[in-house]
Design a protein. Structure first.
Length: 328
């Protein structure tokens, strides 16, 4: 790998992280006009640069893999059907591909999940239609939910693609609106453009496959309770991991399926599914994976109490490898 091209890759990674950090810093300011629109612009820019860095790496760090080309113009004015040249901007520098083209290439390589793609497309819709959002308070919460998912997706992706990026040294989070304003926000009158934007995002969420790793939008609610949280269920995936406390409601949202639910949905999903010893052996293996299965005791105070198992939506990623999906 040429040293110069390696420097280009590192520079793109640094710029991408810088753009995402700037997006978050601006969003979290106590008072900033065009908060949502600015976040979308900078977050999209961060993704675009990251995608180009990824394509550069996948193509042996060849810069021309992220440049735009156009047909060569012959002396008679016609365009060549074979010869292509770099497409340059007004300053004479090569044009690089758009985020849509970069995303398409990675999507074709199955290198980005559907939820990531749809989340970015929703943010692009926000950016492109920002001028029509006269009453921005009506879309603050939906946009923030897109933002939460955007950051979570970004951190997950960049850790996979570039483990040495240094992303872990940043505290990347959006401040919940509930902390910014103690009052309960009343739903304002939405413009038609705002309603259209919300409808587009909702349709994206409806057609997306569920995933525990990536999201289109994430809702984070902040409630104040006089009771304590010591009776909640502690969860920790690894010995050195950060403990996570799940309430009963959290558990059901994270692990919504019972054994019978999985059987019923598997029958609808797969053409070769058969409930029997083979399937039960698979489920026994799944029970050992804490990210896919949660064991809930019917009586937490009794160590010998019977248990019921609940399963994550990510169980389909496991079962899809073992069964044949029905054709749509």
């Amino acid at each position: 790998m040429p040293k110069q091209n390696s420097k280009l890759y590192k520079s793109l990674i640094e710029k991408s992280i810088g753009s995402m950090v700037s997006a978050i810093e601006i969003y979290n300011k106590p008072d900033f006009k065009y908060r949502e629109e600015t976040f979308a612009i900078l977050a999209i820019n961060a993704w675009e640069i990251l995608f180009k860095a990824r394509l550069l790496k996948l193509n042996n760090h060849k810069p021309n893999s992220i440049f735009c080309y156009k047909a060569y113009q012959n002396k008679d004015g016609s365009k060549s059907t074979k010869k292509k040249i770099l497409d340059r901007n007004r300053t004479g520098n090569p044009k690089s591909i758009s985020i849509f083209e970069a995303m398409k290439r990675l999507w074709d390589k199955k290198d980005i999940p559907e939820a990531v793609k749809l989340n970015i497309e929703a943010l692009i819709e926000l950016r492109d239609n920002a001028i029509h959002f006269i009453n921005t308070t009506s879309i603050q919460k939906p946009v923030q939910e897109l933002g939460f998912a955007c950051i979570r997706n970004y951190i997950t992706i960049i850790k996979k693609w570039c483990p040495k990026s240094g992303i872990s040294k940043y505290n990347l989070y959006l401040m919940p609106l509930a902390y910014l304003d103690g009052r309960i926000m009343a739903t304002g009158t939405m413009t038609r453009e705002s309603q259209n934007f919300i409808s587009v995002v909702q349709s994206m969420m409806e057609r997306s496959e569920p995933s525990d790793e990536f999201d289109i939008a994430i809702r984070i609610g902040v409630n104040f309770h006089k009771s304590n949280s010591f009776e909640s269920t502690p969860v920790q995936y690894s010995k050195d991991g950060t403990p996570v406390t799940l309430s009963e409601e959290d558990i059901r949202q994270r692990f919504p399926y019972s054994y019978m639910d999985v059987c019923a949905k598997a029958k609808e999903r797969y053409s070769d599914f058969k409930r029997g010893s083979g399937f039960n052996a698979i489920m026994k293996e799944i029970k050992r994976e804490s990210k896919l299965c949660f064991q809930r005791k019917l009586d937490n105070t009794n160590p010998k109490s019977q248990s019921q198992y609940f399963y994550s939506t990510n169980i389909w990623q496991k079962l899809d490898l073992l069964y044949t999906r029905k054709s749509k």
